[in-house]
Design a protein around this ligand. Structure first.
Ligand code: SF4
Ligand code: MG
Length: 317
């Protein structure tokens, strides 16, 4: 199939298929009742249907954790990887097949702990993909261990007297990495904001990082409870190049007009606040993208084998 092919199998026959949300639904998700992952899955399926992404040209990649079951539940291609390694796998896929739509889905333990090295470098490489961090502030799959984003003082099975250290803030971290190009935050309990944020991230040409505050009613039921129940505790970042939603403004009394091209202001806003800030902190499509700088030439299988053999022959003794 040719790159950006609008036809089926590159044969010249127009692709007249249209896809509903159901067309992207895999088997029944096995997350706990009330888990925020269900809402994120629905939001992602809504995006896929809205953008009419072809299932055979869309890939979901994950690491390990509750949220990393994501690829099983989306009826596209998928790769359920190993712990902390969603981003290198997604990078490899995107470099080999730049025509594919690539999504990486990670949890907070997965991305911010064992996968942190990959996370930092993937931000800098700025390869065009949509990256979702489903952050429930805990290791859920392995039953309540402290993760890097667990709030200080929150008791877990590994730190029963409460987490010793202040939590890592994934938005601040991402904004601090050279060449960061898109950084947003949304929440599983605000579906229209989630949907618009996913749309903005998907439309962004580069590494679009979205932290999704995700409720885990089993292990961290209290952490997001107040923010989810009391709209007074949230501040929406609004901009025509980010997320704007008139209907939401009727529900959330605090809105801040923020130009997402202003990285200094984005960093300031990402610092601790008494309110939970939702919206696009930073978006600039002008950043260098690794896949454009290091485009891999197209080669036939025979050419690849010949090159490989030539390389091996260099070391013959
Ligand atoms: Fe969701 Fe928590 Fe259950 Fe995991 S343990 S599926 S994060 S509610
Ligand atoms: Mg987690």
């Amino acid at each position: 199939m040719s790159e950006n092919c609008g036809t089926l199998m590159g044969c010249g026959v127009e692709d007249e298929r249209s896809f509903s949300m159901d067309d992207y639904s895999g088997p029944l998700a096995r997350w706990c009742p009330g888990c925020g992952d269900h809402a994120v899955l629905a939001g992602v399926q809504r995006l896929l249907a809205k953008e009419q992404l072809k299932p055979e040209r869309t890939v979901f990649v994950s690491g390990i954790g509750c949220s990393s079951r994501f690829p099983h539940y989306v009826d596209t291609y998928g790769f359920h990887g190993i712990h902390g390694r969603a981003l290198p796998i997604a990078t490899g896929i995107k470099l080999a097949r730049p025509d594919l739509d690539v999504f990486a889905v990670m949890g907070d333990g997965d991305c911010c702990s064992i996968g942190a090295g990959h996370w930092i470098h993937a931000i800098r490489y700025n390869i065009n993909m949509t990256v979702l961090l489903l952050d429930n502030n805990i290791y859920g799959l392995t039953k309540k261990q402290t993760s890097p984003t667990t709030p200080q003082g929150f008791a877990s099975n590994t730190q029963p007297r409460g987490s010793f250290l202040p939590a890592l803030d994934p938005i601040q971290t991402t904004l601090g990495v050279t060449n960061a190009s898109f950084v947003a935050q949304t929440a599983d309990w605000v579906p229209s904001h989630l949907a618009q944020t996913l749309e903005a991230a998907h439309a962004h040409p580069g590494f679009a990082f979205v932290r999704i505050l995700q409720r885990c009613p089993v292990f961290t039921p209290t952490i997001f409870e107040e923010a989810a129940m009391n709209t007074d505790l949230t501040e929406l970042l609004e901009h025509e190049n980010g997320v704007t939603d008139e209907a939401l403004k009727g529900v959330y009394p605090h809105t801040l007009y923020h130009d997402p091209t202003d990285i200094q202001e984005a960093r300031r806003l990402a610092e601790s606040s008494s309110k939970v800030r939702l919206g696009v902190f930073y978006a600039d499509p002008g950043h260098a993208r690794y896949e454009e700088l290091r485009a891999v030439p197209k080669r036939t299988a025979e050419e690849k084998i010949a090159l490989l053999n030539a390389e091996i022959d260099r070391y013959a003794v």
